[in-house]
Design a protein around this ligand. Sequence first.
Ligand code: COA
Length: 272
Amino acid sequence: MSDTVSVDQTGAATSIPELQVETKDGVRTLRFNRADKKNAITRAMYAAAAHALDSAREDPAVKVFIITGSDGVFSAGNDLMDFMQAPPHVGGGDMPPVEQFMRALAGAEKPVIAAVDGLAIGIGVTLLLHCDLVYASNRSTFKTPFVDLALAPEFGSSQLMPAMLGHAVASELLLLGATWGSDRAYQTGLVGGVFTPETLDEMVWQAAQNLAAKAPGSLKAAKALMKQPPEDLYARISREGEIFAAQLRSPEFAEAAGAFMERRKPDFSKFD
Ligand code: COA
């Protein structure tokens, strides 16, 4: 399977059958669509997903991303045949598609929502750590069997997961290789909300529409601050203060304040 990604005449991302990309109402949805292989992710799918994220960086038509699966499966992780045939060497020179995708995800300036319905394994869990909102259906399961496969945690998960969930809790996934249901995932904070399979998409779409209507510069700034590594608290207060002051002088704030005064909803649609 080719690792290259086709683009349309405007350079926007186009789907491949196994990774469907759709942009609608400010939301670009990336859908794993390889249900016969439990949505195991191939190099071609990573490449397409990386392009779908990167090509939206300067595209005002895309304000939010959704990453989701299909047929009651999120993803069974990296395609194990691919692993054996073309083992990726992340950080080792030529960037493999999986690294292109995970760097595009980790570096996405616009918010990313994950919608997990069904099983999430390996990188299907790792990628959740890089999303901004994670919602799941109540039939979902989560597992990172890296040690069971004699592999190792990947893409920052050995740092992010203990920081987000606590060391002892993260060890259940990363060392024990435990399988969590949605309740445990919610209780630990791996996911932010659990819904029925029938309502998940609607809840996620509402969240995406909610984010898409916000001031994009403010949203990007807030996300960037949250993604910054820990620093001296007073350094952080100063950094936030700089951004806060800049936002106070921005047309976005003028619109927000004007809308408040005029008792109307703000309209940020003209801002990139
Ligand atoms: N890579 C490649 N193919 C995969 C895959 C993966 N990660 N996960 C599932 N598949 C394929 C199976 O080989 C099978 O293909 P086939 O029908 O051509 O034989 C198909 O998907 C269905 O999988 P199957 O194992 O029959 O379904 P199941 O419901 O019994 O089990 C899983 C589903 C996901 C629990 C099981 O397939 C599994 O453990 N997969 C490996 C998960 C994994 O270790 N991921 C990598 C982490 S680094």
